[in-house]
Design a protein around this ligand. Structure first.
Ligand code: SF4
Ligand code: SF4
Length: 344
């Protein structure tokens, strides 16, 4: 059974306690699990969409950053581009937002390139995907510390390590194929201004701009670069093609399997600011559970299960659904749907 290490921290507002506890847990995990550290270890984070007030702020990672610096380990904050319009749509915008949100103690690296075009196809043999589009710079990393914020998501039900891996390490095209079974489409009249920007950036020659601007579904490879470059918000994902939630969760687990492939990752999850929605939402968030503390493990499935159990126990009720992703994660070999909790 996988071990999950836990430290209770009463309040997210106590930045010193949160930061210190995270680095202590990291040290404990490394010692107890005999983890060999690489010379370079990126920190997978989420910078929080502009306007979101629940994401884990940069100062809460200071203890971990210092821990790596003291050991001479090279690091960076690593992330991928978002799929929809906002402040994390392209690498330059995304880096600017990261700096505005205080992620300045390490270099910021957007792992799937300027528009999400830089990815490698990682082979897995699973139900929905045989190949997953994982951001190149993440594929190259031999080890990552995956820092997750435990909270909700409108489809995934909750978001911890599995979501941070599966959605968070996918290049934009990988995010698109997890969300939908179809290609994006253009609203041809009035909204499309015929500027041709999408056409110039499409790597597949799938876009026709004219009286009836459209995307050729047979040529489109689903990279989603066109959505990123359209300044007029004329390119959309068909909401009726969004997968049913359970299938969506299975796809996230499969992408997580690809993102983890060949790596000895470390997972640290912050169970604070537990909102119903996710850090990608650019508005003020409503909390649905109280602060719990920090978890650490080598197993992304076990750590998510431990977080869910701890939140439910504290609240005395089931806070989030979506536990089917844990059973599916175990089925495909992502991790163990069970754990031994060790309190630090
Ligand atoms: S970038 Fe947007 S507005 Fe410009 S041609 Fe493409 S769809 Fe139309
Ligand atoms: S139309 Fe082109 S740019 Fe848009 S998703 Fe398809 S391949 Fe990518």
């Amino acid at each position: 059974m996988s071990k999950v290490y836990f430290k209770s921290v009463a309040s997210y507002a106590d930045t010193g306690a949160v930061s210190r506890s995270a680095s202590e847990l990291l040290k404990l995990l490394i010692e107890k699990e005999n983890i060999a550290l690489e010379n370079e270890i990126p920190l997978k984070v989420h910078f929080g969409e502009k306007g979101n007030d629940a994401f884990i702020t940069a100062d809460k990672y200071d203890g971990i950053v210092d821990f790596l610096k003291e050991r001479g380990i090279k690091s960076c904050f690593i992330e991928t581009n978002a799929i929809y319009s906002g402040s994390r749509m392209t690498a330059d915008k995304h880096i600017r937002l990261a700096h505005e949100h205080g992620f300045t103690k390490l270099p910021v690296l957007i792992a799937d390139g300027t528009l999400g075009e830089d990815y490698r196809e990682i082979e897995i043999d699973a139900k929905h995907f045989k190949k997953c589009k994982i951001a190149s710079r993440m594929v190259e990393a031999r080890q990552m510390i995956v820092l997750s914020h435990f909270k909700g998501h409108m489809l995934a039900g909750f978001g911890g390590a599995i979501k941070q891996l599966g959605m968070g390490c996918a290049a934009r095209g990988g995010k698109l194929e997890q969300h939908i079974a179809a290609r994006p489409f253009i609203i041809p009249f009035f909204v499309c201004k015929k500027c041709g920007s999408c056409l110039r950036h499409c790597p597949a020659g799938a876009i026709k701009i004219g009286f009836y601007s459209r995307i050729d579904g047979k040529k489109c490879i689903g990279c989603a670069a066109c959505i990123a470059v359209c300044k007029h918000n004329a390119i959309f994902i068909n909401p009726f093609k969004i997968q049913f939630a359970s299938k969506f969760r299975e796809k996230i687990a499969e992408y997580a399997l690809a993102a983890q492939k060949g790596k000895k990752n470390i997972y640290i999850t912050y169970a604070f600011n537990i909102a119903k929605g996710c850090d990608c939402e650019g508005h003020s968030m409503k909390m649905v559970a109280g602060d719990v503390g920090i978890f650490a493990s080598c197993d992304p499935v076990a750590i998510d299960l431990a977080c869910m159990d701890a939140v439910d126990k504290k609240e005395g009720r089931k806070v989030f659904g979506g536990r089917d992703i844990l059973a599916y994660g175990q089925k495909i070999g992502l991790g163990r749907n069970g754990y031994e909790l060790i309190e630090a």
